[in-house]
Structures are given as structure tokens and as C-alpha cells.
Design a protein around this ligand. Structure first.
Ligand SMILES: Nc1ncnc2c1ncn2[C@@H]1O[C@H](COP(=O)(O)OP(=O)(O)OP(=O)(O)O)[C@@H](O)[C@H]1O
Length: 257
């Protein structure tokens, strides 16, 4: 039986009186790519921060690579790769220096680090740019360098929060080819995106709205279930349904949290 890389049972997060993530059940199988979709403010980043062990859940439980979110966040942090929306590269340092710096943070030994850097430079086609300052790279190349930094310690699970936001179509395509190659190399990937062409290539997708996971499954199966031709139409349909429901609750004077 395939073990889950991620499993959440009624995981929730409240900020003050706001339920940013309502009780969430989610499982992501090892060696798959899971696309995490949803409107701005839907709760995706909050889920990700909980999965990375940096934000304690308000209730519920979960495991990442078999480690408990509540009890083993340090083990989780060591074993996952995470690229945030505002990934931090040292812009004054070169490509190679950034990789060496992050490698040192992960505690990699010199020889091991050198070999790993070569593998990642080859994967991302950054070999010819090792002496360039990170600050001089275009957005697409910066993203690839940030991905390399997140993969230095050979994590089994890679979590990417909108990695291709603001990147040109060619760079986006190349970035996704790399993601699919990582899957072939036995990495599980959870990735948030607002680009539906990217989501279509995922094994499974989930769609969040106002803290709820509304749909979860294979993109084609979900499109069939909702009788839509593409994921953009699905997105619009789900949001419109939720807004109508919200409006009818408001009319009745119900609370809609
Ligand atoms: N530290 C915090 N304190 C209070 N509210 C927060 C905090 N972090 C997130 N929120 C709120 O929780 C909700 C979910 O935010 P989150 O960033 O998880 O959404 P998202 O789906 O990642 O959105 P986007 O696509 O814009 O990144 C939002 O209403 C946001 O304002």
C-alpha cells in the first residue's frame, strides 16, 4: 500500500475570531504532484505553514512523511523542501555562493554538497550561470535557483507556494518540466498555483475557498463531475456557487462562517 506523504485529519487554524482553515481532511500520496488551488485568502498558505511545522494548528492532527505535526515539527522541517512566495536569495552573492550558503545551513558536508550542487545545476540548467550574482538573474532563473536551494538536502517532499507567480510562460513551462522530473526522481510535490494549465498536469488537485476544501481529486475526474470543459470554468463555477450560497445565507440572516 502506498504510504501518504501528507495526511491531515480535521486540521484547522483560527487567527483571533477568523477561521482561516476550517477542519481539513487531506491526504497526498507519496510520489505524486498535488496542486493546491483557490482564491486569494482561501487559506492555502496557512495550510502550507502548518504542514511545514512552522505554524501550530488550532485543532485537528496531521502527519508529514509519517511525522506528527504536533509532536515532531523539527523532524518534518529537516525532511521537507519549502519554497515560500517570497523566497529569500542573497542577491549580492553568486548562484554558487547562494547554494554553498544554503548547503552549509543544512549542514551538508563539502563533498556531498558539491555533488548535490552539480546534480541540481544540471537539473535546472543553471550550470553556465554559477558566477552570476543572484540579483542579476531574471525572475525565472531566480525561481530555479530558489528551487535548487530548497532541494539541496534531498527532501522527499517539496512544498512550493506559488513558485511561478509573475514568471513568463516559457520559464513557467521549464519550471514545471523540472517539477515533473523531480516526481520521476521520487519526490512528492505539493504546489499552489493560480495557473490552471499548470494544475491540469497535477495528479490530484484540491480547491480551497474561504478556509474550506471544496473539491479534491484528479483534475479530469473533477471536470467530468462538474461538467466543465476546463479548470478555469471549474474555478469560476465553484466560486459562483459559494457566493450564491453566501448570499442566500445572508438573506436568511444566518451566519456564514
Ligand atoms: N498571521 C495571520 N494573522 C491573521 N490572519 C491571517 C494570518 N495569516 C493569514 N491570515 C488570514 O487567513 C486567511 C487565509 O490566508 P492565506 O494566506 O492562507 O490564503 P491563501 O489562500 O494562501 O491566499 P493567496 O493566494 O493570496 O496567497 C486570510 O484571510 C488571511 O488574511
Amino acid at each position: 500500500m502506498t504510504e501518504d506523504a501528507i495526511r491531515c485529519n480535521a486540521l484547522s487554524k483560527k487567527f483571533g475570531s477568523k477561521m482561516a482553515v476550517k477542519p481539513l481532511d487531506l491526504s497526498v500520496k507519496k510520489n505524486t504532484i498535488y496542486g493546491f488551488l483557490g482564491s486569494n485568502g482561501a487559506g492555502k498558505s496557512t495550510v502550507i505553514r502548518m504542514l511545514c511545522g512552522v505554524l501550530p494548528p488550532s485543532s485537528g492532527s496531521g502527519t508529514v512523511l509519517g511525522y506528527s505535526l504536533a509532536e515532531q515539527p523539527e523532524q518534518i522541517k529537516q525532511r521537507i523542501g519549502y519554497m515560500s512566495q517570497k523566497f529569500s536569495l542573497y542577491l549580492e552573492l553568486t548562484v554558487l555562493e547562494n547554494l554553498q550558503f544554503y548547503g552549509a545551513i543544512y549542514g551538508l558536508k563539502k563533498k556531498e554538497l558539491a555533488a548535490r550542487i552539480q546534480t541540481l545545476l544540471r537539473l535546472t540548467k543553471l550550470e553556465d550561470r554559477i558566477s552570476q550574482r543572484a540579483g542579476a538573474l531574471s525572475g525565472g532563473w531566480k525561481q530555479r535557483l530558489a528551487l535548487c536551494c530548497a532541494m539541496l538536502h534531498e527532501p522527499e517532499l517539496l512544498i512550493l507556494d506559488e513558485p511561478t507567480a509573475g514568471v513568463d510562460p516559457v520559464s513557467r513551462k521549464i519550471f514545471w518540466e523540472i517539477i515533473h522530473q523531480l516526481k520521476k526522481d521520487d519526490v512528492t510535490v505539493l504546489v499552489t498555483t493560480h495557473y490552471m494549465d499548470e494544475a491540469l498536469t497535477c495528479d490530484n488537485i484540491g480547491f480551497m475557498y474561504a478556509g474550506n476544501l471544496l473539491v479534491n481529486g484528479g483534475p479530469k475526474e473533477i471536470m467530468d463531475e462538474y461538467s466543465v470543459k476546463n479548470l478555469d470554468d471549474l474555478f469560476v463555477k465553484l466560486v459562483e456557487q459559494q457566493e450564491q450560497e453566501h448570499a442566500s445565507h445572508l438573506k436568511k440572516g444566518d451566519s456564514f462562517e
